[in-house]
Structures are given as C-alpha cells and as structure tokens.
Design a protein around this ligand. Structure first.
Ligand code: LMR
Length: 311
C-alpha cells in the first residue's frame, strides 16, 4: 500500500511519521513545494526507523507528483495555518487555490486514490477537492471530527481523572465554533457521561472543545499539529486496513439529517472504499437545531468559495 501526504509542514510531517512508525503502509511519499523540505523530513523519519523499529519507507519529493503515482490514499495538508486572531475561514482565499492545484496534481497520477483533506477551512476545502476531483463522495472526505472528538475526550478524561481510552464520544457539524459535541452520545466505559459529571462542568468542556483549535493557536502562535496529524493517520489506517471503524468525518451530505449538498462532519463507517456508510443518528430537537446552525455557517463559507471559483 502506498500513501502520499502532501504538505511537509508540521501536520503533514506528523501524519507521515505516525504512518511510518505504526507501519500502516509500506511506502509513504511526502511532497512539498519548498525545495528540500519534504526530502529532509522524510529522511529524518527514515533515520528514526532503526530506533523506533519500523520498516515503512518514507520518501520526500519537491513538487514532483509523478513520484506519487498509484497512491491508494492521499492526505492533503497543504496551505497556510492560522495565526492568532484569525478564524479558519480567513484562510479561504489562499488555501482554496492551493487545495485546487494540489488536487489536480494528485488525481492526475492517482486517479483511484481516496483523498483526505486536512487544510482549513476544512469543510469547504473538502468541497473544493470534491469540485476539482469530481470523485464520488465516498472518496473525498475531510479530517476534523476525530480531532475535535479527541479534544473533547481528552478534556473529559482530565476532568474525570480517568484514562482517555475509556471515553467514547460522537461530535458532529462543521470544523469551527459551531461544531456539535453530543453529550447524550458520550460514555465512560459504557456509563453515560451525564451520570459522572455535573452539567456546568460538561458545558464548559463542550465550549472548550469548540474553540480547542483556537486555544492552541493562541498558545503557540500557529495551528496545532500532533493531534491533527495523528487523526489523519488514523483515517488512513482505517481505510488501508479496511477496519470499518466508526468516526466522525466531513462528507458531502446527500439528504441525510435532512441536509443536502453540504459538507459536514457526521459519523461514518470507514473502510477500503472510503466512506462505506453515513450513519444517521436520532437527534433531539436541540441537537438538530445546533446541527442546522453549523450547516448554515458552512453554507455561507461554501458560497464564498463558489464566488472565488467564478471570478
Ligand atoms: C485545529 O483544529 O487544530 C486545526 O483546524 C488548525 C486550527 O487552526 O485550528
């Protein structure tokens, strides 16, 4: 199995590193526009192989997409990260052009690949990749739900002083402040979380999750990378090993949840064909209202993209 990661910045390099040390595939190609960057990072990861004991080959290339030919999965992390004070949506103008040209290059050499978008604004960059590739929705998806759910689970684990392994949760909606964590579908080793934490503390954790990316941008002056890179790698693993794992993933909705032609995070089954199934949960009135609010926000940014593409 061959996986390409486009963008050798912090997120792309972390993703490539996780794919290598977990031996998810035999070969990882890391691509970047900046001469030498991908080659250097891929070589560094390969030189770590004897220490961490893995044999996945990692190869870096500068802008030469012919080396990515025949990739089974391609992860696109290219584009600018946020700076403090910016929203993810502020990146649209620059990142849309980058995601468009990267997607064109990727599909030229890997017309059968499954494409995972990580660039921001996530939901709308997934839309851009879908427009450019014209791939079916099962093969173009965005990584954000695993990341947002991981933040929610980590905060809960800390508050309850339990292992993060015990926290199961679902989170839906766009990758922004309107995302919809679902406490009703959150358990700690099967116990409803609402039995273990008071509603005030839970509300504070939900709120912190929604702005979790921004919290890190404020602390570091740039966007996060360890959890985003690992989350993308987890999606790749589910696909290449046909694990049929259930994750929240950004996908084009085609009527599910009463929403049509909008890119939103929802729980799906991920396997060898990409999105094997979109799972439709029973949402109560409040949860549905929050999902609709998130839909409205993503649609606004989608229409900004439409205008940019029609310029
Ligand atoms: C994240 O959530 O960490 C990413 O979307 C990057 C960002 O700027 O928030």
């Amino acid at each position: 199995m061959k996986v390409t990661v486009v963008g050798a910045g912090n997120v792309g390099a972390t993703c490539a590193d996780v794919l290598a040390y977990r031996e998810v595939v035999n070969e990882v190609i890391l691509v970047d526009i900046k001469e030498g960057l991908a080659e250097g990072k891929a070589l560094d990861i390969w030189e770590k192989a004897p220490i961490n004991v893995y044999d996945t080959r990692t190869v870096g290339v500068s802008n030469d997409y012919s080396k990515t030919a025949g990739s089974d999965v391609v992860v696109i992390t290219s584009g600018l990260p946020r700076k403090p004070g910016m929203s993810r949506d502020d990146l649209i103008e620059t990142n849309a052009g980058i995601v468009k040209s990267v997607t064109e290059n990727v599909i030229k050499y890997s017309p059968e690949a499954i494409v995972i978008i990580v660039s921001n604004p996530l939901d709308v960059m997934t839309y851009q990749a879908h427009l450019t590739s014209k791939f079916p929705r099962s093969k173009v998806m965005g990584m954000a739900g695993i990341l947002d759910t991981a933040r929610y689970r980590a905060f809960l684990a800390e508050a309850l002083n339990v292992s993060p392994k015990e926290i199961q949760a679902v989170l839906m909606g766009g990758h922004g402040d309107t995302m919809v964590p679902l406490p009703r579908y959150t358990t700690v080793a099967g116990i409803p979380v609402t039995e273990l934490i008071d509603s005030e503390k839970l509300d504070a954790i939900v709120q912190r999750t929604k702005t979790g990316g921004g919290e890190l941008v404020k602390l570091m002056g740039t966007s996060a990378w360890y959890a985003p890179g690992a989350a993308a790698a987890q999606m790749v693993e589910a696909i290449v090993k046909d694990q049929r794992r259930v994750f929240p993933v950004c996908v084009k909705l085609e009527g599910e949840y009463g929403i049509d032609n909008c890119y939103l995070g929802v729980p799906v089954i991920l396997g060898k064909n990409g999105i094997e199934k979109v799972i439709e949960l029973e949402l109560n009135e409040d949860e549905m209202a929050m999902l609709k609010e998130s839909e409205g926000h993503v649609r606004e940014v989608m229409s900004v993209l439409d205008k940019l593409n029609n310029k």
